[in-house]
Design a protein around this ligand. Structure first.
Ligand code: HSE
Length: 459
């Protein structure tokens, strides 16, 4: 904070004018400017915020907000280097130049607000190390769940709990697609094409439908919940392209809906003494966790089963709190602006009460990487659909093979045919993923098995 402001704070004089340098005036930037300009009825500290500079790609583009000509600039580097700027708000998205601009702002002693999950999940280590060294805060409420406040709750209110599971529907596009497949009985390709026409899905839907966006978000949530850094490459990621309307219909009959879940969960410890177990249980980077994104059969009675359309929800489970679920709009100008502005508000408050010691509830306290359990060690239930010859003994052979690898079956259903082939759907009890995959490899070699079109995990 500039010296004059520190002096004013020291003598109890409230200063006006925390200067923002906003990088980007797309959907989120525009929403944030609109919220800050229309500040009546919101927290009074927002009146102390001055939109000082806004960096854009083109000065000629028509805008939905009115800003004095001198505020807009195409020189983004000048914003992060301007000594007058107190807070840099990065809402340009993408990896570069976002990462470099954030790092430069930090180096210049500015606090940063970002909505950029891609940069944080990949370069969080570099960014937070630099921020801690410079004594500044990097705030990212808008990076996960759009308007849903989940980052600050994990950092503050919930951090007194031992968190053991974070389960989220954190991508609105895929939730919209799966909801329509479920309610209208239509295929992934048909819904995707329609969603693109309606503007619910991007022209290049890869980041959403292949689960990459959700993987960025669960890496961030896991890091906060389990108190360690996460390497994005350790997050198992499977999208929804292979989810078929046949599986959605079978899941429905069996009492499930299919959702793209992002899950971060402590892994069951082997049997050890209660004292040692207590000492190593959850919320320490020493405790192994699994972090993954995949389509999942969710029991219809589960709180996440009823989250439909573009909405997001994050269920946090811990001790002693039990279950807490956050629900709301995961994207959109107003929702994301709410999250960005809440970070700005926290920073204005921090600037106005600044001491030499950083507020530990706003800064990143992680030093070490979380220990991630390999997928084959995961213990979960599976749903599998087989196409087989319609002949005596096939179900028996499947059962024998599963039994050989300690895979216990919860249900076996044969209701349909595809041409000459019988369709058999199996749901297992909890099983080690490695054992299940070994059983499947052997089943694939059976003469009666035509193919295994689907393999999904069950919550
Ligand atoms: N593309 C994301 C979604 C929104 O579909 O939820 C931005 O994170």
């Amino acid at each position: 904070m500039p010296t004059l402001q520190l002096l004013l704070v020291k003598f109890g004089i409230r200063f006006v004018g925390v200067k923002l340098g906003i990088l980007g005036l797309g959907t989120v930037g525009t929403g944030t400017v609109q919220l800050l300009q229309d500040n009546a009825g919101r927290h009074p500290l927002l009146r102390d915020v001055e939109i000082y500079r806004v960096g854009v790609r083109s000065l000629d583009k028509p805008r939905m907000v009115e800003l004095p000509g001198a505020v807009l600039t195409t020189d983004l580097a000048a914003i992060v280097n301007d000594p007058q700027v107190d807070i840099v708000v990065e809402v340009i998205g993408g990896l570069e130049p976002a990462r470099s601009l954030i790092l430069k702002a930090i180096e210049n002693g500015k606090h940063v607000v970002t909505a950029n999950k891609a940069v944080i999940s990949r370069f969080g280590d570099e960014i937070f190390t630099a921020a801690n060294k410079a004594g500044v805060y990097v705030m990212l409420e808008a990076a996960v769940g759009g308007g849903i406040p989940v980052i600050q709750p994990l950092k503050q209110s919930l951090s007194v709990n031992r968190i053991h599971t974070v389960t989220g529907i954190v991508n609105g596009t895929t939730n919209y697609i799966l909801t329509r497949m479920q309610t209208e009985g239509i295929s992934f390709d048909d819904v995707l094409a329609d969603a693109q026409k309606l503007g619910y899905a991007e022209a290049d839907p890869t980041a959403d439908v292949d689960g990459l966006d959700a993987a960025d978000k669960i890496a961030i949530l896991a890091s906060l919940a389990f108190g360690g850094r996460i390497k994005l490459q350790d997050v198992y990621c499977e999208g929804i392209r292979q989810v078929s309307k046949t599986d959605i219909a079978y899941a429905d009959k069996l009492g499930f809906v299919i959702k793209l879940l992002a899950i971060a969960k402590t892994v069951n410890l082997p049997p050890i003494s209660p004292t040692l177990r207590e000492a190593t249980y959850a919320s320490t980077p020493d405790h192994p966790i699994s972090v993954r994104v995949h389509p999942t059969l969710v029991p219809k009675a589960h709180p996440l089963a009823s989250i439909n359309g573009v909405y997001n929800a994050i269920l946090v489970e811990g001790e002693p709190i039990g279950q807490v679920m956050f629900f709301g709009p995961g994207a959109g100008a107003g929702a994301t602006a709410s999250a960005v502005s809440s970070d700005i508000l926290n920073l204005v408050a921090a600037l106005q009460t600044s001491t030499a010691t950083p507020n530990p509830l706003l800064s990143c306290r992680h030093q070490d990487y979380c220990q991630i359990t390999p997928l084959e060690e995961l213990v979960t239930r599976f749903y599998t659909r087989f196409l087989t010859k319609d002949q005596p003994g096939v179900i028996g052979k499947l059962g024998t093979c599963f039994g050989k690898y300690s895979v216990s079956l919860e249900s076996v259903v044969q209701t349909g045919f595809q041409g000459e082939l019988a369709e058999i759907v199996v749901v297992t009890h909890d099983v080690r993923e490695g054992d299940f995959r070994q059983a499947l490899a052997e089943i694939r070699t059976l003469e009666a098995i035509d193919s295994i079109p689907s393999l999904l995990r069950v919550l």
